[in-house]
Write a protein that binds this ligand. Structure first.
Ligand SMILES: [Ca+2]
Ligand SMILES: [Ca+2]
Ligand SMILES: [Ca+2]
Length: 340
């Protein structure tokens, strides 16, 4: 059985305060197939209901109409790092309690699996719906749980959408001079073939703000503001993975909904309007060539550079789920109008 390499670092749990017969024993499974791993990072999230936030309609990517239901977790205590294994299937570790650090007896362990420096898997003890569940870590008790590890590929392009089986780390920096610090991780587990309706949430873990306190190990008090744009995801940020997007941001004619109002401004060509001229408004012809039917037709077709607004037909996660169950999808409504 593996044991967390440094309990003092991991949970803030003290090895000397606990005996070998207490704590939570986690046994790793990788049902999709073997996942090679050289390092496992365990982070213990706060299991209190008030520390977990569900946010619907988080946009998947800047140019995307799709959005996801997202569940936020907050780190409660440092987990730790186990190194030196060759794979995750069958691996076991024990998390010991340390009442000198935390009196909590429930945590949600979130597991990040690395092969070298590359994040290759994520894992959790899953509830009946496939979402991360809590484990009991109580002095004087042994508890046992399976950890289901699924493969992920780490996205390096900030604009890339988080699809199933992908993950992204989000860094923040308060100023140009400050080194970016790891604000959190976002990932979307693959679908479980045995429970196609399960694992319905994209998952996000908020880590402690070490720009404020370098020794912080508890993110329980952080707002659900993963991208540190000062706009919490629940009510002011349709894209909490990218700091350029939030309610009130300046909108550009770039095709992206920067200010989260579901409207995008798209550069596109527009045709000149021709109105029937009256005798009073009809201009005198400048030349004979401009008055020919062919010249008037060419003038009408000449495109103008314009910015048109299109209301984005946002597809909620709920409607996406009902669609996947066979319901008729809502008819998209897209309106166009010329910019003034
Ligand atoms: Ca935000
Ligand atoms: Ca944002
Ligand atoms: Ca907009």
């Amino acid at each position: 059985m593996g044991r967390l390499s440094s309990l003092a670092v991991i949970l803030g749990l003290s090895a000397c305060s606990s005996g070998p017969d207490e704590g939570a024993i986690l046994t790793f499974e990788s049902p999709e197939g073997p996942i090679s791993a050289t390092r496992i990072e365990v982070i213990l999230a706060n299991a209190a209901p008030t520390a977990i936030a569900d946010v619907d309609n988080q946009r998947r990517a800047p140019g995307s109409d799709a959005d996801d239901a997202v569940r936020y977790y907050r780190q409660r205590a440092l987990g730790g790092v186990v190194e030196g294994m060759k794979g995750v299937a069958g691996f076991q570790l024990r998390i010991e309690p340390d009442i000198t650090t935390s009196t909590d007896e429930e945590f949600i362990p979130l597991v990040f699996v690395y092969d070298g420096d590359a994040l290759v898997g994520v894992g959790a003890v899953e509830d009946a719906l496939g979402d991360p569940a809590a484990v009991q870590i109580t002095p004087g008790m042994i508890t046992r749980y399976p950890v289901v590890v699924t493969g992920v590929s780490l996205l390096t392009d900030p604009a890339a959408p988080i699809e199933r089986g992908t993950a992204r780390t989000v860094s923040c920096s308060s100023s140009r001079d400050q080194e970016p610090w790891r604000s959190g991780v976002a990932w979307f587990p693959v679908v479980d073939p045995a429970r196609p309706e399960g694992r319905a949430h994209q998952l996000r873990l908020l880590l402690p703000d070490v720009s404020v306190d370098p020794a912080a190990t508890d993110a329980s008090a952080r707002e659900a503001d993963l991208d540190c744009d000062q706009h919490p995801a629940a009510n002011n940020d349709c894209d909490d993975l990218r700091s350029a997007y939030y309610n009130g941001a300046a909108e550009s004619c770039d095709g992206f909904d920067t200010n989260c109002d579901s409207q995008r401004f798209i550069p596109q060509g527009a045709r000149r309007r021709t109105r029937p001229a009256t005798s009073a408004t009809r201009p005198r012809p400048a030349s004979r060539s401009a008055t020919t039917p062919r010249a008037r037709s060419r003038l009408a077709r000449r495109p103008l550079h314009a910015c048109a607004a299109a209301r984005v037909a946002r597809r909620t996660a709920r409607s996406a789920r009902s669609t996947s169950r066979g319901a008729r999808p809502p008819k998209p409504r897209v309106r166009h109008r010329s910019a003034r």
